[in-house]
Design a protein around this ligand. Structure first.
Ligand code: GTP
Ligand code: MG
Length: 227
C-alpha cells in the first residue's frame, strides 16, 4: 500500500469516493489567497449571502479553529487556544481572489464553564446561523476522536436534520487514539450518521497534528461547496 492509499484509508470509512484529481484541485484552491473577512457577534453583522459557505461547528476545544488553520495551511489564521471558549463570534474567511467560498469558524457549543447568559447567546447565534443561512452548503460537525458523540452533538444534529442543513461529521485529534480504536469509532459513528437524514454518510478522520485526513477534508469541502 502506498502512503497515499494509507492516508485515504485513515480518512474515510468508504475509500475511493474522493479521487486524486479532486484532492489536487482542492489543494490548489486552498494554496491560493485566503483572508479573514470579519467577526460577526450577531447574524445582522453577516455579509450578504452571496457565496457558498462551509462552517466548522462542534463542542468547545474540539479543534475547530485548529482544523481551519490546517485546512488552509496557515498557522494563526483562526485563533486557537488550550482554554475552551476561545472563539466567541462567527469568524468568516474568504477563499480565493476573487473569493469563491467562505469558511465560517463558529463558537463552540456545550461549554458548561462559561457564564449562563454567554452560553445562551452563543447557542442563539449558532442556532440562528445554522437554521437561517441560505448559502450554507455544509456544516462540518467536529467530534473529538477520543470522546465520540455527546448529547449536545446530537442536539445540534437534530436541529440540522429538522432544518435540512447538510452536515458531515469530522473526527479531530486522530493522533491521540490508536488506529484500531479510530477505525471502530468511525464505523460506529457512520452507522449512527446513516440514521440522520441530513448527515453525510461518510465520516472523515483528521489530525491537525499529523495532517492525516486534511487533503481529503479539503476535497470534501470543495465538493460540498460547488455541487
Ligand atoms: N493533538 C492534537 N491537538 C489538537 C488537534 N486539533 C486541535 N488540538 C488542540 O486542541 C486545543 C483546542 O483547539 P481549538 O482549535 O482552539 O479548538 P476550538 O474548537 O476552536 O475551541 P473553541 O474556539 O473554544 O470552541 C488546542 O490546544 C489545539 O492545539 C489535533 O488534531 N491533535
Ligand atoms: Mg475556536
Amino acid at each position: 500500500m502506498t502512503g497515499e492509499q494509507a492516508h485515504g484509508t485513515m480518512a474515510t470509512g468508504e475509500t475511493g469516493k474522493i479521487t486524486p484529481a479532486a484532492i489536487e484541485a482542492a489543494r490548489k484552491l486552498f494554496a491560493g489567497p485566503i483572508a479573514f473577512q470579519l467577526s460577526a457577534p450577531k447574524l445582522e453583522f453577516l455579509p450578504s449571502a452571496d457565496l457558498p459557505e462551509v462552517a466548522f461547528a462542534g463542542r468547545s476545544n474540539v479543534g475547530k479553529s485548529t482544523l481551519l488553520n490546517a485546512l488552509t495551511g496557515r498557522q494563526g489564521l483562526a485563533r486557537t487556544s488550550n482554554t475552551p471558549g476561545r472563539t466567541q463570534e462567527l469568524n468568516l474567511f474568504l477563499v480565493g481572489e476573487p473569493p469563491v467560498l467562505r469558511l465560517v469558524d463558529m463558537p463552540g457549543y456545550g461549554y458548561a464553564e462559561a457564564p449562563k447568559d454567554v452560553v445562551r447567546q452563543w447557542a442563539l447565534l449558532i442556532g440562528d446561523y445554522l437554521r437561517g443561512r441560505p448559502t450554507l452548503k455544509r456544516v462540518l460537525v467536529l467530534v473529538d476522536a477520543r470522546h465520540g458523540l455527546k448529547p449536545v452533538d446530537r442536539e445540534i444534529m437534530d436541529l440540522m436534520d429538522k432544518s435540512a442543513v447538510s452536515y458531515q461529521i469530522v473526527l479531530t485529534k486522530g493522533d491521540k487514539v490508536k488506529t484500531t480504536a479510530l477505525a471502530a469509532t468511525l464505523a460506529a459513528m457512520e452507522e449512527e450518521a446513516r440514521k440522520h437524514p441530513a448527515a453525510h454518510p461518510v465520516l472523515i478522520a483528521t489530525s491537525s497534528e499529523t495532517k492525516a485526513g486534511i487533503p481529503e477534508l479539503r476535497a470534501a469541502v470543495v465538493a460540498a461547496a460547488f455541487s
